[in-house]
Design a protein around this ligand. Structure first.
Ligand SMILES: [Fe+2]
Length: 302
């Protein structure tokens, strides 16, 4: 059956199902069912795990325990050199129809990203990702983005979880320091996310996103302590964006420049997988989304 039709049916069924099933709220159930089952990402992960030839390490990292980690990638100076290089390589911005606070730099997919990814996937981070997925992984897409000083929060700068499969990760690599720009990332822990999800907030429509969950949390007696870090240029937040509620914090001093990296499981090591993706030229890589079905990805990577 067509994906769209199956998803319509799922949405209709969800409406008539109990609000909570096994402690999982309906919008969370619906989102993971959409991606893991209808779009095939659950089966794809299992096949990637089966194909993995490397032993799975035990890192005791914060990514496993807390669903997020802060990693050191570049020195301050290296980050600044790369930031300048990205701007010199980009001839334009993609503003995504003005719906976002961020603008994506049009950096050609190639040597620049390779240089950055080699550093991002250090032995330490590689071990964390291998453990997290139980398989090899691939940076499915990378986007350099700039956010200007502003006060009007839109989409990614409002509280949300990223819709997608139940198992994937994101890197937000900072090329500017929070101290210099005021631009940051803010998140809440899994327990608080679960409590807010139980109120039917998480995975709701984008137009229902809010910049302030504190009041809602207070009304329902939920301890609400947003976390943010004094991120330096060259550091990155590695996290599960479908698992933790989060939002961008708009810069108030100078533009914020970051690179987002979407990481998916892979049946092959990331360098080989990325080379195959570049040859295949999947449309979803260009518009920073997921392949509509995991089989599209698997056909390229297996
Ligand atoms: Fe997000």
């Amino acid at each position: 059956m067509l994906i769209g039709l199956r998803e319509k049916l799922l949405r209709a069924q969800t409406k008539f199902q109990p609000y909570m099933v096994d402690g999982v709220p309906r919008r969370v159930r619906e989102t993971f069912k959409r991606y893991d089952e209808i779009r095939g990402y659950g089966g794809y992960l299992k096949r990637c795990q089966k194909a993995c030839k490397r032993p799975i390490p035990q890192t005791n990292s914060s990514l496993i325990a807390n669903h997020y980690d802060l990693i050191d990638v570049f020195s301050n100076d290296e980050a600044e050199t790369l930031r300048k290089e990205a701007f010199s390589l980009s001839d334009d911005f993609d503003y995504r129809r003005g719906k976002e606070n961020k603008a994506t730099l049009k950096v050609p997919d190639g040597a620049f990203f390779d240089k950055v990814l080699e550093q991002v996937f250090s032995d330490e981070t590689d071990a964390r990702l291998l453990e997290y997925f139980g398989s090899e992984y691939v940076p499915f897409w990378c986007g350099m983005e700039q956010t200007e000083v502003s006060t009007a929060n839109k989409r990614a700068f409002l509280w949300h979880c990223d819709k997608g499969p139940s198992k994937w990760a994101k890197v937000l690599l900072y090329f500017t320091s929070v101290a210099d720009t005021g631009g940051n990332s803010v998140l809440i822990d899994a327990k608080t996310t679960d409590a807010i999800s139980a109120l039917d907030y998480t995975f709701g429509p984008a137009k229902e996103r809010t910049s302030d969950l504190a009041e809602l949390a207070k009304q329902h007696d939920i301890d609400f302590e947003p976390m943010s870090f004094d991120v330096k240029a060259g550091q990155a937040l590695l996290f599960e964006p479908a698992r933790l509620l989060h939002h961008g914090q708009l810069p108030n001093k100078a533009p914020r420049t970051i690179m987002q990296i979407l990481i998916l499981p892979s049946p092959r090591p990331w360098r080989e997988a990325l080379a195959r993706l570049r040859n295949a030229d999947l449309a979803s890589r260009n518009d920073f989304s997921f392949p509509s079905h995991a089989r599209d990805l698997e056909a390229v990577l297996r």
